[in-house]
Design a protein around this ligand. Structure first.
Ligand code: TYD
Length: 160
């Protein structure tokens, strides 16, 4: 018997949070200024687009290995917004109950990665560049890097 996997969500301007089935996530529509023939400009402002004061930004490139995988963790408290500023990748989200895959292929739309949301990134195009805006400085103690621990932590939160 084959298990049916839902089709990955495609990012479009019409998309709303209703199409995101996972908890602790959301669609972020950035301000977009087409500046042809001199390129495009996309803007993220705290308060308008980013639901937290940005305390850290990091970006990921050089994703040429076909088998490259990033993420594979959740955060206890950190809030982030992830955006594919160039190329494309597959974002896998898992809130412990529901899983959803998203094709990240536009710099105009970001995805909110709230606390306690397991996320994995794969299927990078060779030219992929990812930008992440975060609510706090780097803190390894905020990471949950084991999926079993993630599920156990959620179960304990429900019990408490
Ligand atoms: P990690 O967050 O696991 O990367 P990703 O989610 O993109 O797969 O981080 C990889 C390594 O980089 C890890 O050793 C921690 C370090 N790191 C920092 O020192 N500061 C940071 O802001 C980040 C995001 C990672």
């Amino acid at each position: 018997m084959t298990t049916e996997r839902p089709l990955p969500l495609r990012l479009t301007q019409e998309l709303t949070d209703k199409e995101l089935f996972v908890q602790n996530s959301g669609i972020v529509n950035f301000q977009f200024v087409p500046d042809r023939p001199d390129g495009n400009l996309t803007i993220a402002e705290t308060g308008k687009h980013i639901p937290f004061p940005i305390e850290r930004a990091y970006w990921i490139n050089s994703l040429k290995a076909r088998e490259a995988v990033r993420g594979k963790h959740a955060h206890k408290e950190l809030e982030q917004v992830i955006v594919c500023v160039n190329g494309s990748f597959r974002l896998h989200l898992d809130d412990g109950t529901t899983q959803q895959d998203i094709v990240m292929d536009t710099p105009k739309i970001g995805i909110r990665l709230g606390a306690m949301l397991w996320h994995e990134m794969t299927n990078f195009s060779p030219d992929c560049v990812i930008l992440v805006l975060a609510s706090a400085p780097y803190n390894e103690a905020d990471y949950i890097r084991s999926y079993d621990e993630f599920i156990n932590t959620l179960t304990e939160e429900i019990k408490a």
